[in-house]
Write a protein that binds this ligand. Structure first.
Ligand SMILES: Nc1ncnc2c1ncn2[C@@H]1O[C@H](COP(=O)(O)OP(=O)(O)OP(=O)(O)O)[C@@H](O)[C@H]1O
Length: 367
């Protein structure tokens, strides 16, 4: 194991912004800290860097304890590379001098620096750009220089704080792939802070989802998408249809349970889904049925009456997005709730339809 964090906490005044975070990472792994604004991502990154003092906990990087509740190793001794959202390049220095900044502080000989800068520029696809100034570069090029600068001193751990958020969408996608290829080739352990679920999914081996300073779940992108531990993770990791209700006591088996939807329809309706072992103890009488839009089937006629998980609704909106008809259906009579499905053609607003949420493709997750 390369990085180990135990019970890391931080408060500002009476407000706890990071609570008992545990994390282990293997060498060469890319992990994203993902969560909404203010959930404590940057504070965790800064504690790992040594820029913010933790309140309590333990941090070990590459076999060296850098924080144990008393001892705190200085930031410059932690052998880290850092890249920030705004690149933070020195505007009055050329690309070469920006990249060489850390090496010069270490009194590295000039010929070694020149060779290393050329190598790094090659690595980040900017060969021959040594003499340009930051204002002569595009946003993507500036970010590549920032990455080259962070890698110049051969860090053991790379920390990225929203490095792509000031780039436009197209460039962001190109840079994601480029950076992952680079970090994997260099086998550098990387922690990336982001509030963008797509970016976290595209760049990470694993993702830590945070809410109000607390870890909700850590897992691979697929684990988090397919097996979220609660409603928050389910909705943060991609489009999710969620129907909240009371668990029906012992209505079905151990692996499958049903929930009662109380306020949507004039008559109470029961829907069923699978319950995973990990979440069962946290259901506490209530839960939400989760069905991803790709798993919902949309029908214009009702199937056999009394079929499980078949809900009547009306088309709210239909739009052609990324080659598919993204269709929002409003279900319910007493109250309404929008659900998302994909249809094979455009459907007119107000058209009555039936949504089938196959029980084997649904799961019940805690609130
Ligand atoms: N120096 C500080 N003093 C007081 N409160 C702070 C300080 N730094 C951060 N906070 C608070 O701690 C909480 C967590 O902040 P943090 O920057 O870690 O969140 P974040 O998840 O990175 O958010 P964002 O995505 O908006 O950058 C926020 O409520 C923030 O206001």
């Amino acid at each position: 194991m390369f990085l180990q964090i135990k019970q890391l906490s931080k408060s500002y005044g009476s407000r706890q912004v990071v609570s008992n975070v545990d994390l282990t990472m293997e060498e060469g792994e890319i992990l994203s800290l993902l969560g909404p604004s203010g959930c404590g991502k940057t504070t965790i990154l800064r504690m790992i860097a040594g820029l913010v003092s933790p309140e309590s906990g333990w941090i070990e990087i590459g076999g060296r304890v850098v924080y144990d509740g008393r001892k705190e190793v200085y930031v410059e001794e932690r052998r880290l590379g850092m890249v920030f959202q705004d690149y933070a390049l020195w505007p009055h220095m050329t690309v070469a001098r920006n990249i060489a900044f850390g090496l010069r502080l270490r009194h590295t000989p000039a010929q070694v620096i020149a060779k290393r800068v050329a190598e790094l520029l090659e690595l980040v696809n900017l060969p021959g750009m040594e003499d340009r100034y930051p204002y002569q570069l595009s946003g993507g090029q500036q970010q590549r220089v920032a990455v080259a600068r962070a890698l110049a001193t051969e860090p053991r751990l790379l920390l990225l704080d929203e490095p792509l958020s000031s780039l436009d969408t197209g460039l962001r996608e190109v840079m994601r792939t480029e950076l992952v290829q680079l970090f994997k080739r260099l086998k550098i352990t990387t922690i990336n802070v982001t509030h963008d679920q797509d970016e976290a999914m595209a760049m990470s081996d694993r993702i830590m989802v945070l809410r109000d300073g607390q870890v909700q779940q850590i897992g691979t992108p697929t684990e988090l998408y397919l097996n979220p531990c609660n409603v928050f993770v389910a909705s943060f990791m991609g489009p999710a249809n969620l129907l909240a209700g009371e668990l029906v006591p012992e209505a079905s088996g151990v692996t499958e349970r049903s929930i009662r939807l109380k306020h949507l329809f004039a008559e109470e309706k029961v829907v069923s889904g699978l319950v995973r072992d990990e979440v069962r103890p946290r259901l506490n009488g209530r839960g939400s049925l989760l069905c991803r839009p790709d798993d919902v089937s949309l029908h214009l006629d009702t199937l056999s009456p009394g079929q499980l998980n078949l809900l009547p609704g009306k088309i709210l909106h239909s739009s052609f997005v990324a080659g598919r008809w993204r269709t929002v259906v409003s279900i319910g009579e007493r109250q309404t709730q929008p659900l998302l499905a994909f249809a094979s053609s455009q459907l007119q607003a107000e058209q009555p339809v039936w949504l089938e949420l196959p029980p084997e493709r649904c799961q019940i997750v805690p609130e």
